[in-house]
Design a protein around this ligand. Structure first.
Ligand code: ATP
Ligand code: MG
Length: 361
């Protein structure tokens, strides 16, 4: 069986460090591994509209931001297809048919959607499109027969929903769709990076992000204002590293080589954590180390972004070509789905001839 990747992001803002460690960095590694037959990266504008339908310009303006973030993070358009979701009518059609295969109560049980409804104050009036977006995400994944979906932990219930729909479809209509597997970061910190405010998830909607396109000064300002351990008042006080966001970020980003380069007092993060726990290590020193680590990671990304920003028509051309390739793949699956569902009337000459024979009797 072919190995195919489908993944993507909502164009609701620039991409941040949570996207980077949760999914984007991994995508670049998978792209460069050469192990995949096809890689589709989707800018999920139609999904973003389900909770931003009143602000279409926000989505329109952020397509280019996400595309620039992709390219600057190292996604290579000669190896992956970057495409815009709304331009594939096959995805909407598939969604419509998959709606028959889920119940309202099943959708209500989705923990991520539940949390997102609460975050958006949708409790009293949930847009039906938002409520059913896990079904549309199933269409996105299955349209490409994706085997692998690299995502952060918040997406696990979506992948489970997709697997259920695939099984139901195949058992009703015959083996057609492929059951996908989620690929979650091995480092648990990376699968759900907290925000700079210490909240459970760095998220565009919560405004607690360090963006891939932030300047070195922005990164410095944001890290310097991060919470650490509220009980660690004096440098000499013993400190907590658990729940201390600065250390959580170091868990996600720093390597032993970074200590040699930026903070040779310690060999590795464990030594630094031990000192912090004992007391005698100030927050400013830890924060300065984190700033260096983050800026080192972001520097090549910023440099590539600056190059691509000079050629916006070129970036749109990349999106257009990616979208054309994606349309072809999704249309082929839709044709198979329609055949399996017995709604391919005009492609099925046996149907027409068979019925003629019946009427001739
Ligand atoms: P929004 O607030 O508009 O939903 P978001 O910041 O949650 O935006 P998405 O576009 O919904 O971002 O998520 C895109 C991908 O990034 C998903 O695979 C998701 O799991 C991953 N991701 C998002 N935030 C984080 C995070 N803080 N840590 C790890 N992965 C994340
Ligand atoms: Mg999200």
């Amino acid at each position: 069986m072919k190995k195919i990747i489908l993944t993507g992001d909502r164009p609701t803002g620039k991409l941040h460090l949570g996207h980077y460690v949760g999914s984007l960095k991994r995508r670049v590694e998978l792209q460069n591994s050469g192990e995949y037959d096809d890689i589709f990266i989707m800018i999920a504008d139609a999904q973003a509209l389900t909770d931003n339908f009143d602000n279409p310009d926000k989505i329109r303006d952020n397509i280019i931001e996400v595309a620039l973030d992709y390219l600057s993070a190292g996604l290579d358009p000669s190896k992956v297809h970057i495409f815009i979701q709304s331009q594939l009518s096959a995805l909407t059609e598939l969604t419509f048919y998959y709606m028959n295969l889920v119940t309202v109560s099943r959708l209500e049980r989705n923990p991520t959607v539940k949390a997102e409804i609460q975050m958006r104050n949708f409790e009293t009036s949930i847009p039906a499109g938002f409520f059913t977006y896990p079904v549309s995400q199933t269409a996105d994944i299955t349209a490409f027969k994706a085997t692998t979906v690299p995502v952060g932990e918040d997406q696990l219930p979506m992948i489970e929903q997709a697997r259920e729909i695939v099984r139901k479809f195949n058992s009703l209509y015959g083996e057609t769709l492929v059951e996908p597997d989620a690929l979650i970061p091995k480092n648990t910190v990376c699968s759900r990076l907290p925000g700079t405010d210490g909240k459970a998830k760095m998220s565009k909607s919560l405004g607690n992000c360090i963006y891939l396109s932030d300047s070195p000064e922005d990164v410095k300002k944001k890290v310097m204002s991060m919470y650490t351990d509220p009980g660690h008042l004096q440098v000499s006080d013993p400190g907590k590293v658990e729940g201390n966001t600065v250390f959580t970020y170091l868990d996600a980003f720093c390597t032993d080589a970074d200590f040699e380069k930026f903070c040779p007092d310690y060999k590795n993060l464990d030594e630094m954590k031990d000192h912090y726990r004992r007391g005698g290590l100030g927050d400013v020193k830890v924060k300065k180390f984190l700033i260096n680590v983050l800026n080192q990671e972001l520097e090549p990304i910023r440099a590539r972004r600056a190059e691509y920003e000079k050629d916006i028509p070129g970036v749109y051309q990349i999106l257009k070509e990616g979208t054309e390739a994606a349309i072809k793949a999704a249309d082929a699956t839709l044709a198979e789905v329609k055949a399996a569902m017995r709604i391919n009337y005009f492609e099925d000459s046996a149907l027409i001839e068979g019925q003629q024979a019946r009427f001739n009797k």
